[in-house]
Design a protein around this ligand. Structure first.
Ligand code: ADP
Ligand code: MG
Length: 214
């Protein structure tokens, strides 16, 4: 088997990462792609009482089990399956599942804290940053948390000011420098998306050639 290509998509909360991931996967081929959200590697906080879980800093690197994520990515690279994780944002608990994820030619990992982590950067073959101004990211996040996660204006604003914004400035934004390509998360991003897709295609092709030659 040709070892999978591991693509990382990072950027602040609400930048448009998930949107970019779907566009790239659509262009490359959903049947040869596997998407892994870093959010599914949030630490299970069942050890904390629910009210403390709600005040927890979900925007600090330590909120994620990044060692487990990099280990899983290395397994996929070796051609081995990994357990499928999922996360319940309401209870802040990991949801157990019996499902396995099998490696595919293209693995796309997306999350705010991907490029911040040295070990993760090492497993990523190509790193993309999605850039969107903070006001738009905040509006998108506010809308999502109210419409999809049952939150209210006050709680979203409080969380944004107390953790999301300071952690973004401290950890997320500085990791932008590690990206190989920056894509605009506002508007169409046509040219940059085409460049990303071309780059992924050519990396997949190189891998195949190297594998055939070996
Ligand atoms: N380029 C874009 N132009 C306009 N709206 C966008 C764009 N990219 C994403 N959005 C919208 O912004 C919101 C957040 O996008 P999403 O991809 O979920 O961000 P992230 O995964 O980075 O948090 C969604 O409602 C999405 O439809
Ligand atoms: Mg997302």
């Amino acid at each position: 088997m040709v070892p999978p290509l591991i693509l990382g998509i990072a950027g602040g909360s609400g930048a448009g990462k998930t949107t970019v991931v779907h566009k790239i996967v659509e262009a490359i081929g959903p049947e040869i792609s596997l998407i892994i959200p870093q959010d599914t590697y949030y630490r299970d906080r069942g050890d904390l009482p629910l009210e403390e879980r709600e005040r927890y800093n979900f925007d600090h690197p330590s909120a994620f089990e990044n060692r487990l994520l990099s280990q899983h990515l290395r397994e996929l690279k070796l051609g081995n399956p990994i357990p499928q994780l999922s996360y319940d944002y309401r209870t802040h608990r990991r949801v157990e599942s019996e499902e396995l994820l099998h490696p595919r030619k293209l693995i796309v990992v997306e999350g705010i804290m991907l490029l911040e982590d040295g070990e993760l950067r090492e497993v990523l073959d190509f790193k993309i940053w999605v850039e969107t101004s903070p006001d738009l990211r905040f509006i998108r996040r506010l809308r999502r948390d109210i419409e999809e996660r049952g939150r209210n204006l006050n709680s979203v604003v409080r969380q944004y000011l107390s953790t999301v914004r300071p952690m973004h400035l401290r950890f997320v934004e500085p990791s932008r420098r590690y990206a190989d390509l920056i894509i605009a998360g506002e508007g169409e991003a046509g040219v940059e998306l085409d460049m990303a897709v071309e780059r992924v295609r050519s990396l997949l092709g190189e891998r195949r050639k190297r594998w055939i030659a070996s």
